[in-house]
Write a protein that binds this ligand. Sequence first.
Ligand code: SF4
Ligand code: SF4
Length: 750
Amino acid sequence: MEKKVGVYVCTGCSIGESLDLEALSKVATNEHKAAICRNHKAFCSDDGVQVIKDDLSGQEVHRVVVAACSPRFMYEVFDFGPDVITERVNLREHVVWCQPANNEDTQMMAEDYLRMGIVKTQKIELPEPHIEEIERRVLVIGGGVTGMKAALEAAWAGHEVVLVEKSDQLGGFARKMHKQYPKSGSFDQLQDPEYASLVQQVEADESIEVILSATMELIVGQPGLYTATIRKADGETLERKMGAVIQAAGWQPYDAQKLSHLGYGVSPNVITNVQMEEMAGANNGAIKRPSDGQPARNVVFIQCAGSRDPEHLPYCSSVCCMVSLKQAEYVRRSDPDAMATIVYKDMRTPGQYEHYYKKAQADDGIFLTKGDVVSVSDGSDGNVLIEVDNSLLGEKVQLEADLLVLATGMKPATALTLSEAELEKAVAEGKVAQEAGKLEKPFREEDVGKPPILNLDYRKGGELPHLKYGFPDSHYICFPYESQRTGVYAAGSVRAPLDTAACETDSAGAVMKAVQCLALTAQGKAVHPRAGDETFPEFYLQRCTQCKRCTEECPFGTLDEDEKGTPKPNPYRCRRCGVCMGSCPERIISFKDYSIDSIASMLKAIEVPEEDEEKPRILCFVCENDAYPAIDMAGLKRLQYNPSVRFIPLRCLGGTNLVWIADSLSSGIDGIILIGCKHGDDYQCHFIKGSELAEYRLGKVQETLDRLQLESERIQVHQLAIDEYERVPEIVEAMVETIDEVGPNPFKDF
Ligand code: SF4
Ligand code: SF4
């Protein structure tokens, strides 16, 4: 592609009256040989856009640099089609709205950004999407309510579906339920479980192939190009070409054996809410004591049994309060003279469910009290004694129950299934990450003990990596339904503790993600957060040393390996984050429009003043997802910050290659700041742990700097959320103060 660059410096939004436009024009045309540099009072106007279009159609220019507002605005206005490289230089938010007008430092800043924009435009190429014929069939694993609803949603969206269920019938746990709590109408009447109509619809839908008594043997490939091997109970294996996968494996109850302090396993008349449901389902609603089969007439429920408890399940399972209210109604229906008492920490009945809670409150046979259970012990005749403190009655009370029901919580079906002893052994043998340490604590994808459900043939493991508490979610703020494996989505209570109604909605969300993924994959485009990006990483493997850093650090399991350790890319799994590019010490991974060279050229384009000019230069690599918009916000709010900083956006901070740090320091840059997203369990990094990786890599550079007797404080890393824009000036100022203390970069004059 020809490289004649046109530079278009807008004079609107205070740019024209704050900067020396002639000097900018000289930077473009004299210094960087741009073919044209034009001004317009509003390039975003029809008239302004036409100026650029005319230059393009007349072949005056082939590549465009628009120096105006942030690239986050006017995106469509400055889109000149897929054949034109367009770079946006942010003179508005990042220069004139955060710096004094007509000032030498402001002008230097604007000129540097213009240099960087032109150089980048000259260095990059148009993307060439990777396009193959893909399969659009959707594989749904799990035949419960979520799985059936997902299969129907995908079929209604025009996709063929293969639904794999491990048992010999569809319906899942709903089959065992006696009643379902209300999800419509006046929300005060119990309903029959809804699975039957879903089973009927699934069986009647010709585009859904149901395979019962079967599990996944292996899933090989990438979105749009998966081959799934399904093993049936009789040993037969079936192979299906698939496009996307919905994991709807459901939940498992918390192990009540660990609740002996609440009487479980001690008295036969202490059961869980799941056992209560199964009993009611099997006996048409009759509630009986397990010890003697006599009707239960005085039933106590303990809420949050093992839930919201750091020693057991630290989270709320969201359904248990409504389940106990429902089961209290079973008790009352079973025998109108029977009593039900619910002891809770808080009753959580959100939204319309409050109506059902009110109905229970109005029932004289249902007693509800807040309270802390102090002890559970045996009473006479198989009864159970429950001592409760801090109750609404204001004093310690003792309740006697002929049946005690523990409202236990939900774990994802994929959670660890090892016993404590087995886990301890696995930790001792180094098979489990030490921090897993204990059941129900967050654990890592390489942990053993998870029941295999997907069996993905990925170098980074066969199952979906988990976030907090073993749920395979990806990003708790921005991307519900998303997993860390492109094309594979979790739905229902395997993703989060959800009730039946929420599971149905959830399945629609997951199917929507799968449909989006297939539509974008067919065009060679990325799914979010870089939705529509047509680039993908290219590997110059002749120079690969098989160090495996890229395969290990890719957050999405995109890269498999051959037997020697050479990466084998699966482009459709890729989210285009560039983490692999940052990881490669050989610098052999790049994208057509984002490369080691394009960023290195940008940072080298910055004019670094001589030491005696006493104008430090600070380079700041920022994540484009949170930090860059935060800096835009600082501009919008007219926050002023030190003019020595130059921001370079990266797709993800995890893409920071150490060579850029070395290049910056050797070109005389005095300090380097990296601003990425928050990390940890509640991470906000759009690419899972990119900012964490950047910190890790930077830790190594700092050791090297120490050895070279260059102060390690010259490199500072910050985490910034999008709404923390007020911190931008102080982050820059902290580096300025550091440079004041340690002095200018000693390599400046070399
Ligand atoms: S690290 Fe990012 S860009 Fe590289 S292969 Fe993985 S997903 Fe793609
Ligand atoms: S990081 Fe670079 S050198 Fe190492 S395995 Fe990957 S491509 Fe090869």
